[in-house]
Design a protein around this ligand. Structure first.
Ligand SMILES: NC(=O)c1ccc[n+]([C@@H]2O[C@H](COP(=O)([O-])OP(=O)(O)OC[C@H]3O[C@@H](n4cnc5c(N)ncnc54)[C@H](O)[C@@H]3O)[C@@H](O)[C@H]2O)c1
Length: 336
């Protein structure tokens, strides 16, 4: 019997050209990841500093991929162009990463939709909007998906992929394959919901952290320590449910829920409410954050983050576990 082909849910969809509209923190991360995957990218962003942003983020990405020992022999080109039309012309994947304002997203996506080729996938990086909402003014809503990445986009493998009510199944498949080709772990979200999956979880932690500072219980640094010395390490390799299964001992999840289920009725969290973001609270958070990390330049802090992430991913690769399995797959592909 012939060796089985790559299962459909693992297939890659190689691309050679892409357009990026909006090139700040996230857009520049996409540009770097795509170029390091050999893709030529055209960028449209009116910011005067866009070339510097692209260069600085690319420099960080090269350092991170070198840490992972994954630097490719050839890198895709990048060109900054004046119009959305030029950016999307002939692009196989078009990534929209303009600021999170619905009217701006709509205007930008309409312009992209007007000029994109018929087979292009249009992917929005939106953190919170549902694809059906983004697609409302589009003439061709069937080729729009949400492809929600995580900062730094060139290093973290996760991209949440969400289809709207008009998105074609074949376009979703194509998007999943393109993200695999880019060395990512696409997570298909079953149904659209504001803020997808990960940002809903992060929002919950963020709300509680704001309360802890507001109420004078903890500083920014103490909250970060509570995460990085403990459950953050567990989350990075097993997430929430597998971790709690173990915490339930031999009784597993059922025992865990029996033991801690009652706490949900106690006032352990303030999640249904948020503190007012008064000037005083914002000053307090910003001051504490300056005391914690203000001695480091942004790029220095990014390098420290990237170095640590790469080291963790390499350790996980040894065990073919979680994010490490994505690195292993990328390495195997490079060796082919
Ligand atoms: N920052 C994050 O951690 C993060 C993570 C995942 C997703 N996102 C999402 O990515 C998107 C972009 O966020 P960001 O953090 O990169 O914002 P950003 O402010 O860093 O970058 C936005 C860029 O868009 C450009 N821009 C504004 N109007 C434009 C237009 N009409 N045409 C082309 N470019 C335009 C700006 O000049 C800027 O460079 C948002 O939808 C956000 O929700 C952000």
């Amino acid at each position: 019997m012939a060796e089985s082909a790559t299962p459909a849910d693992q297939e890659e969809w190689p691309i050679s050209s892409a357009g990026v509209v909006g090139c700040g923190v996230i857009g520049a991360g996409w540009v770097a990841r795509m170029r390091l995957s050999g893709v030529d990218v055209r960028v449209c962003d009116p910011a005067p500093a866009v070339v510097d942003v692209i260069d600085q983020v690319h420099e960080n990405a090269v350092a991170a991929w070198a840490d992972l020992d994954l630097l490719p022999t050839s890198v895709g080109s990048v060109a900054v162009v004046d119009t959305i039309e030029e950016a999307v012309l002939d692009a196989e994947l078009i990534v929209e990463s303009v600021p999170e304002r619905l009217e701006l997203k709509h205007a930008t996506l309409v312009a992209i939709d007007d000029h994109a080729g018929p087979d292009a996938v249009i992917a929005s990086s939106t953190s919170g909007f549902r694809p059906s909402v983004l697609a409302e003014p589009l003439a061709n809503p069937e080729r729009l998906v949400v492809g929600h990445p995580f900062n730094p986009v060139y290093l973290l493998p996760l991209v949440e992929v969400v289809g709207g009510q008009h998105t074609k199944a074949s376009v979703l498949d194509q998007a999943l394959g393109v993200y695999r080709f880019l060395g990512m772990h696409p997570l298909l979200v079953r149904a659209e919901i504001d803020a997808h999956i990960a940002d809903r979880l992060l929002e919950a932690v963020w709300r509680e952290a704001l309360w802890l500072i507001n109420d004078g219980i903890a500083t920014t640094e103490e909250i970060d320590d509570a995460i990085r010395f403990g459950f953050g390490l567990r989350w990075a390799q097993m997430g929430l449910f597998e971790t709690y299964r173990i915490a339930g001992g031999t009784g597993g999840m059922r025992h865990f829920i029996a033991q801690f289920g009652e706490c949900l009725d106690w006032p352990w969290t303030k999640l249904m409410d948020t503190p007012d973001l008064t000037d005083e609270l914002i000053d307090r958070i910003a001051r504490q954050s300056d005391e914690q990390s203000g001695h480091l330049e942004l790029r220095e802090l990014e390098r420290i983050r990237d170095r640590n992430l790469a080291a963790m991913m390499l350790a996980l690769e040894e065990h073919r576990w979680g994010a490490g399995s994505v690195v292993a797959a990328q390495r195997a592909r490079q060796a082919d």
